[in-house]
Design a protein around this ligand. Structure first.
Ligand code: NAD
Ligand code: G3P
Length: 326
């Protein structure tokens, strides 16, 4: 039976471990905290991140990273973007091909997930998996689709072979930059959509914002060497539709709370899981500025989160931009 490692046992890592188990693989799910591993092994569930969903027999948990990747054909990297660098420092040199599923841009370096891996592990085989996927729905076996992007066609096929089932449909792409930009930007735009709804600005405003959000992620993808049409796919518009409308989104719900007048500190203090758009907003706008691309919605979110703008000021700034052709 092929062995697959899932590195990071948050909501998405756990859901993908379940999915790989369902696809027939022997899965080792790595978590850094031995106490959590022991609790998962005893209860056969990840009570912190995915309560109420049983881990099947084919999924075993470990806190031993070397053992997790030993003999694995593939490793899914499911730690949040801001922790990828620290995680990679402890990963054995002989690790299998890495498939990152994180969505964001690293603060400071302004790198996308595959760029972080390339900087630390030059030449390592990599792919990115992204799309409109709430962890809980995938874990429950509900139908979903995602895209696997890599310049390595054989690796794209291998990821599909090891992870796809009829209910989890995987498409391929040779535009990893476009796919990563979509995944990163949609989290920031989803915060903006939540603000709009929380502040009572209406569905017209949300639809306009989501559509102009696609224009933003498309512009940035092209500037970074990706393709404009990727923005209309699962990792762009598809994920934006889910995240900007689904109340289950952490990014949308954070924006919703801000729009209702709560503070960022209050909202984050109540959360267990990561809200990637918070760190990615300043990082993606800085990356865009570096290549001369304007991201007005993402910039408004970054300024709002930093406390430089109020919600009415952010909306006023977006609405008073000069008129231009679409
Ligand atoms: N949850 C979803 O529905 C979903 C779906 C698709 C993609 N994603 C993306 O997947 C990534 C992970 O999201 P999640 O929902 O699983 O997050 P989460 O907050 O549920 O879990 C994060 C996991 O990373 C671990 N972690 C944090 N810092 C670490 C470090 N330095 N080293 C090792 N492990 C560390 C945490 O212990 C935790 O297990 C994010 O980029 C997210 O945007 C999430
Ligand atoms: O809950 P969110 O906002 O992190 O979104 C989760 C996934 O990225 C949706 O595809």
């Amino acid at each position: 039976m092929p062995k697959l490692a899932v590195l990071g046992a948050g909501a998405w890592g756990t859901a993908l471990a379940l999915q790989a188990g369902r696809a027939g693989q022997a899965v080792t799910l790595w978590a850094r905290d031995p106490a959590r591993v022991a609790a998962m092994a005893a209860a056969r569930e990840n009570a912190r991140y995915l309560p109420g969903i049983a881990l099947p027999d084919g999924v075993s948990a470990t806190a031993d990273l070397a053992a997790a990747v030993q003999g694995a054909e593939l490793a899914i990297l499911a730690v949040p973007v801001q922790h990828i660098r620290a995680f990679l420092a402890g990963l054995p040199a002989a690790a299998p091909p890495l498939v990152t599923v994180a969505k964001g841009v690293e603060l400071g370096t302004l790198l996308l997930p595959l760029e972080i891996i390339a900087a630390l592990r030059p030449g390592h085989a990599t792919a990115v998996l992204s799309g409109p996927n709430f962890a809980r729905e995938v874990a429950a076996g509900l139908p979903a689709a995602a895209v696997v992007a890599s310049h390595d066609q054989a690796l794209r096929g291998q990821v599909g072979d090891l992870l796809a089932t009829p209910a989890f449909r995987l498409y391929g792409s040779d535009d990893p930059v476009g796919v990563q930009v979509g995944g990163a930007a949609k989290n920031v735009i989803a915060i903006a959509a939540g603000v709009v709804i929380g502040a009572g600005l209406g569905e017209n405003a949300r639809a306009a914002l989501v559509t102009r959000g696609v224009a933003e992620l498309s512009r940035l993808a092209v500037a970074l060497g990706g393709r404009a049409e990727t923005a209309a796919g699962l990792s762009g518009l598809g994920d934006l539709l889910l995240t900007a409308t689904g109340p289950g989104s952490r990014n949308f719900s954070l924006g919703l709370a801000l729009g209702q007048g709560r503070t960022l500190a209050e909202v984050l203090a109540e959360r267990v899981g990561v809200t990637e758009g918070v760190a990615t907003a300043p990082a993606i706008t800085a990356r865009a500025r570096r290549c001369g691309v304007e991201l007005p919605i993402c910039q408004a979110v970054a300024d709002l989160l930093a406390g430089h703008l109020t919600v009415p000021e952010a909306m006023g700034r977006l609405l008073s931009r000069p008129r231009r052709d679409e």
